[in-house]
Structure formats: C-alpha cells, structure tokens
Write a protein that binds this ligand. Sequence first.
Ligand SMILES: [Zn+2]
Length: 229
Amino acid sequence: MFHRHFLRLMDAFLPTDCAFCGQPHLEGHPLCQQCHDDLPWLPETNNIPIAPCETCISAFTYQPPISNLLLGIKFGKHIRELATLGELTASGILPQIAQLPDAILPVPLHTARLHKRGFNQALELARPLAKQLGVPLLTHAVTRHKSTLPQTELDSSQRQHNLNQAFQLTAPLSYARIAIFDDVITTGATTRELARLLRSHGVQHIEAWSCARPTLRQKHELEPRIDYH
Ligand SMILES: [Zn+2]
C-alpha cells in the first residue's frame, strides 16, 4: 500500500514527455506549455451557427497539427494521440458551454465503415467531454442506415442530397437537450441532417460541437480534400 502511494506521489513531481514534441515537462498536462499555446484554438467568435442547431462550438480551426492528427487517425495512424486530442478538445469546448446538454451524440459511422476502421473517431474524441460533464454518450441511439457515396467528389447541394435520410433513430429519445459531436464540421451537411432528425423527434435544444472546424476562408480550399467519414 505504502509503495503504491509513494509511487503516485513521485509521479506528481516527475516530468512527463509532451505528447507532441516529446520534450519532458512539468505542467501536469499531456502537452508542454509551448505546444499547448501553439495549437490553433478557435476563437469563440468563429463558431458560426448551423441551422437548426442553436449553438456551435469547436475547439480548433482545421489546420496543422490538428488537421494532420485527425486525418492520420482516420487512416489508422496517430491512434495513441486520440485520447490526448479528446482531452484537448474538451479543454477547448468546456469553457464555452452555456448550459449542460442532457446527452452527447457522436455522429455515427456506417456499420461497414465502422468495421473497416475499428472505431468511430467522433465517439472516441467525445469521451473525455462526456466524462468531464457527467452526461451520457449516446452510442447506439442513431444508426447510419444507408451507405453514403464518397463526399469528396460532390458539391455541397449534392452532399446534402447524399446525406438525406442517412440517419435513423433506434428508439424514442427522452432528452430535451442534445449536443451532436463530430471530429470535423465543414459544410455542416452531416450535422444539419442529424439535427433535423433530432428536431423532428422532439429534441428542443440542439448544439453542434466538434474538435475542429475550418475558418470560412479555409473552407472552400479544404472541402475537396476531406473525406468526412
Ligand atoms: Zn511539446
């Protein structure tokens, strides 16, 4: 018993390696102060709403190193950084939350995509947020019941059409306030479709949260390169 407590006490004074640059540091966070400060934190004023969501909150602008990490995670790299990125996302979103949601709904992956990748990055990134807020993560409330075509070749109206009726509730919802969570919000088409479904089933207050979001200036040039799900 003593030994375990002693080791835990020692941990508090030992430097940890920064998850990004590898330098030892004593800040008690996954990143050293320099790497933390260099991250592209999204200014609160850039959180442009997406109808019918009442509020949008993103932690970062979609640019390196966040964009590289998110893309890498989708292709099976940077899996070790997933938890760190989830913690950082939570630290960016938490101060901006005006009122607690009743639950967080990570944007689901289509079953085939989920099986291929082995995990849903939106769900994994949302875990620290749900834990720190003490609200449930809705992991099986909605299914993506139709395989959507690759979004990369489509313009935004075609994307919206592609997403129409892509989501389906598995059971009636008993929550008045839900925060949809995605890794990246770009056109907002996915978020909008999911929000419409929630609204049509009586959810009164819907927020859209994400790890990253391109600035308006970035949006146009980035859209063709992002494979959303
Ligand atoms: Zn660092």
